[in-house]
Design a protein around this ligand. Structure first.
Ligand SMILES: Cc1cc2nc3c(=O)[nH]c(=O)nc-3n(C[C@H](O)[C@H](O)[C@H](O)COP(=O)(O)O)c2cc1C
Length: 238
């Protein structure tokens, strides 16, 4: 396991200095000493793509080639009407020059937050490549046709779960959910239509940051921001 073997556990020991800070149980519970030195790659202005979508495609293909588990899993951060942030994982299901698409329940917590404030952030973390990609932009629903097309290709069991689950709402117990699933199964013996409150959301980026871990915390951070129709690239301190 090359990843585990690159963990560097600091060896300095402070001795017993205080009875306020409990002694660590073991190296794995001593979070302050857990660190990885990133050595795999670099990201330079010279090698980067002019268009950040091309740069994303390049890195995404490399994440797939490196067998990163669930490379299309991304953190979606939203804010509610009171400005309170929340974050969760969703799956990227399409990307092109128009933006990044995931599918969800429009009545869920995130769906309500998006209706109140469409500004979002997306985050990919591909540890095997020592990379993260940060994206910021505005979200909007995809067309009903686009949502229908994606829903139609989901496995039947997932289609039925979309009907059975009032996502983000409290439910009595697991049995209630399973009964709802059975009811959906009975109702849609043949084809399962898309629930009207379920569909795609497209995030149209106005900022990308590509982060490549480097040795000694001197990481590479290249940022693309939109200037009208052009993308401008710059570098940030790590
Ligand atoms: C690997 C992974 C993939 C997920 N993919 C999705 C997804 O594509 N769409 C979705 O609505 N929820 C997805 N979820 C569940 C969400 O993280 C979240 O629990 C759910 O959408 C409810 O979030 P909310 O209450 O903030 O709306 C996924 C969770 C994980 C861990």
């Amino acid at each position: 396991m090359h990843f585990a073997s690159r963990f560097v556990v600091a060896t300095s020991h402070r001795g017993v200095e205080s009875n306020v800070t409990p002694a660590p149980m073991s190296a794995t519970t001593d979070l302050a000493r857990l660190r990885v030195d990133y050595m795999r790659a670099a990201l330079s202005e010279r090698d980067a793509a002019a268009d950040p979508f091309d740069q994303f495609t390049r890195w995404f293909d490399e994440a797939v080639a490196a067998a990163v588990p669930e490379p299309n899993a991304m953190t979606l951060a939203t804010v509610d009407a009171a400005g309170h942030p929340s974050a969760r994982i969703v799956l990227l299901k399409a990307v092109d020059a128009r933006g990044f698409v995931f599918h969800t329940n429009y009545d869920s917590s995130k769906g309500r937050q998006l209706a109140a404030n469409p500004r979002v952030a997306l985050l990919f973390f591909w540890p095997e490549l020592e990379r993260q990609v940060r994206i910021e932009g505005a979200a909007e629903r995809v067309s009903a046709d686009e949502s229908d097309a994606y829903f139609a290709q989901r496995p039947r069991a997932s289609q039925l779960s979309a009907w059975a689950s009032p996502q983000s709402n409290p439910v009595a117990d697991r049995a209630w959910l399973e009964a709802e699933l059975a009811r959906a199964e009975a109702r849609y013996a043949a084809e399962v239509p898309r629930p009207p409150n379920w569909g795609g959301v497209r995030v149209m980026p106005d900022r990308f940051e590509f982060w490549q871990g480097r040795a000694s915390r001197l990481h590479d951070r290249l940022v693309w921001t939109r200037d009208g129709t052009r993308w401008m690239v710059g570098r940030l301190a790590p």
